[in-house]
Design a protein around this ligand. Structure first.
Ligand code: CS2
Ligand code: MG
Length: 405
């Protein structure tokens, strides 16, 4: 069997998604997600110019060799654009292998380690009251793990909230340019404990809760937040500090027993190696798309398992349903899987383009035994939704200083 063609689709199906379809000469195809939010065109060009020509005629069953060829063979290793492009190819090759074998991908990885995939959903809100209502509804729907994010009072924009706008595109105006939001660490540090205090007072101790700090604190501030939140028993605090310098996590770790999660922007095992082997984190959030595919994520999981670090892959709305399905297979297999971020089954528009079969029962997602990744992509329906240039927001302190969003 040989790779005959690779097609690239960039469509704004409720939001931008980059999909690839690898065709074999035997008429079987595989699908991959190459979406890199706000930098989509860079991945398109990387794929078109630098990857696709090299893969035509190659044997699609040689997943590992193709991965090494794209990673080592480029000379220029790592980085989000390169690794997202490689991730899309890798996912599609696993899809093909599953279809050829007539087996779901989780079977090829080693079979199920659990009956279903525990997910965490988002309870966001413009105020603590609103978050509490959303949390209550999610508990009723059966969620066992929920992430809480609330808008900070008297601040322009907070991570996880839309400033009263309908969607992410409205937030960016028509131009579009990155929306500019505001940050105040003192207000945040005073506010967040109240959010979790209320959640525990209203909904008890059984529901597992988490929170995303989105890289806005210094290590010592992060250490203090972890300590203040200890009484509320969080499953994890995510991205307290960027881990460009992995050693900074030692400071946080020395001060708090609140479990720590990080990894959604990591591209290779090297971004997380020190954090894992020094036991500075508890959950690794790397994703199949931005982390270079299923092949390297399996290696990360195996390495992490030596240090009691569990996998909790990124599952934000900017990962396409193809990544979500790839995660499902990975999560069912990985012995040290913990929880999957999950934001629902997609908009009606998305459902005309991406076809998959998942069921959510009592906070667990269940897969069918469809071969490969178990997802299809309707090219024609997708062509109704042209790509729209789009940006993530930027963040400034109140005096204008640039900060992390
Ligand atoms: C986030 C993401 O889901 C998460 O944990 O941090 O929403 C992140 O902001 C986006 O994926 C960025 O594109
Ligand atoms: Mg996050």
């Amino acid at each position: 069997m040989k790779i005959k063609d690779i097609k690239i689709f960039l469509n704004s199906v409720s939001r931008n998604f980059l999909t690839i379809k690898i065709w074999t000469d035997e008429g079987i195809y595989g699908l991959g997600d190459g979406t890199l939010n706000g930098r989509e065109m860079a991945v398109v060009s990387y794929l078109e110019e630098h990857i696709v020509p090299c893969l035509i005629g190659k044997d699609p069953s040689q997943i590992e060799d193709i991965w090494q060829y794209l990673y080592k063979g480029a000379y220029w290793r790592k980085g989000p654009v390169t690794m997202t492009a490689i991730g899309a190819i890798d996912m599609a090759l696993w899809d093909i292998k599953g279809k050829v074998a007539g087996l779901p991908v989780y079977q090829l990885l080693g079979g199920k380690s659990r009956k279903g995939v525990t997910v965490y959903g988002h309870a966001n809100g413009g105020s603590i009251d609103e978050v509490m209502v959303n949390l209550g509804n999610m508990i009723k729907e059966g969620y066992k793990v929920v992430r809480l994010q609330s808008k900070l009072p008297d601040t322009k924009g907070s991570y996880g909230t839309l400033e009263g706008k309908k969607n992410y595109y409205e937030l960016q105006s028509d131009r579009p340019l990155p929306p500019e939001l505001e940050w105040n660490t003192t207000k945040y540090m005073n506010f967040v404990p109240e959010l979790f205090k209320r959640a525990r007072a209203e909904y008890g101790n059984e529901i597992r809760l988490c929170h995303d700090v989105h890289n806005r604190l210094t290590p010592i501030e992060a250490a203090r937040l972890g300590k203040i939140l200890e009484p509320y028993d969080l499953l994890f605090l995510e991205d307290m500090v960027p881990a460009d310098n992995q050693d900074t996590y030692k400071i946080i770790r020395q001060h708090t027993t609140t479990p720590l999660a990080i990894g959604e922007i990591f591209n290779t095992i090297w971004d997380t190696k020190g954090l894992i082997e020094n036991q500075l984190i508890d959950y690794c959030r790397m994703a199949v798309s931005h982390g270079g595919g299923i092949t390297p994520l399996v290696k990360v999981a195996n390495f992490a398992s030596l240090y009691h670090v569990r996998m909790a892959p990124h599952g934000a709305p900017d990962l396409s349903p193809i990544s979500s399905m790839a995660h499902m297979h990975f999560d069912l297999w990985a012995p040290n899987f913990a929880v999957q971020e999950f934001i629902g089954f997609g908009t009606p528009e998305m459902n005309t383009v991406f076809k998959f079969d998942l069921k959510l029962v009592d906070g667990l997602l269940y897969l069918t035994d469809a071969p490969g990744l178990g997802i299809d992509f309707d090219e024609e329906a997708a062509s109704n939704y042209p790509y729209k240039r789009s940006y993530l927001p930027v963040n400034r302190l109140e005096d204008g200083t640039m900060w992390g969003w």
